[in-house]
Write a protein that binds this ligand. Structure first.
Ligand code: HEC
Length: 142
C-alpha cells in the first residue's frame, strides 16, 4: 500500500513538473511572439513615413512633369531665364522655402499663371516640396 501512494505521489509530482515546464514554455512562446509582433509593428511605423514620403516624391515629380516642366524643364525657365527654379535664383527672388513655391504654384507670379485648379488637393505643397528638394540637389538627379 505504501508503495502505491509513493508511486502516486511520484506521478503527481512529475505531472506538476511537466505542467510547470509546459507553462514555462507557453510563457516563453508568448513573450517570443509578442517580441516579434512588437518588432513588426515598430518597423511598420518606422517604414510607413518613409514609404509615404517616397509616394509624395513620385507624385511631386509627376505633378511637375504635367504642369510645370513645359516651361521649367530641368528647373530652368524657357520664358524668363533668370526666374528659374535653381536655388540661387529662388533665394535671389526671396523664395526661400517650399511654402513660397507652393503659393506661386497656386496663384502664379508675374506673367506666370496659377495652377491651383490643376494641381488638386495638396498638389501645390507636394510639387513645391519636390521642387525644393530638386533645388537642394542642384537639379542633378531629375
Ligand atoms: C507656361 C509656362 C510656365 C509654366 C507651365 C509654369 N511656370 Fe513657373 N514661371 C513661368 C514664368 C514666365 C515665370 C517668371 C514670372 C515673372 O516673374 O513674371 C515663372 C516663375 C516661377 C517661379 C519663380 C522662380 C524665381 O526664381 O523667381 C516659381 C517658383 C515657379 N514659376 C513655379 C512653377 C511651378 C511650381 C509650376 C507648375 C505648377 C510652374 N511654375 C509652371 C512660367 C511657367
Amino acid at each position: 500500500m505504501k508503495f502505491v501512494t509513493t508511486f502516486q505521489k511520484l506521478i503527481s509530482t512529475t505531472k506538476d513538473c511537466l505542467s510547470i515546464k509546459n507553462e514555462g514554455n507557453t510563457f516563453n512562446l508568448m513573450s517570443k511572439n509578442s517580441f516579434l509582433m512588437s518588432i513588426v509593428c515598430l518597423s511598420f511605423f518606422l517604414i510607413l513615413p518613409i514609404k509615404l514620403n517616397a509616394l509624395d516624391t513620385d507624385i511631386g515629380k509627376d505633378l511637375f512633369k504635367s504642369h510645370c516642366a513645359s516651361c521649367h524643364i530641368n528647373g530652368g525657365n524657357i520664358i524668363r531665364r533668370s526666374k528659374n527654379l535653381k536655388i540661387s535664383s529662388l533665394k535671389h527672388n526671396g523664395i526661400d522655402d517650399p511654402d513660397s513655391i507652393a503659393k506661386i504654384a497656386r496663384q502664379g507670379i508675374g506673367i506666370m499663371d496659377g495652377y491651383e485648379d490643376q494641381l488638386g488637393d495638396n498638389g501645390d505643397q507636394i510639387v513645391a516640396n519636390w521642387i525644393w528638394g530638386q533645388a537642394q540637389k542642384a537639379w542633378i538627379h531629375e
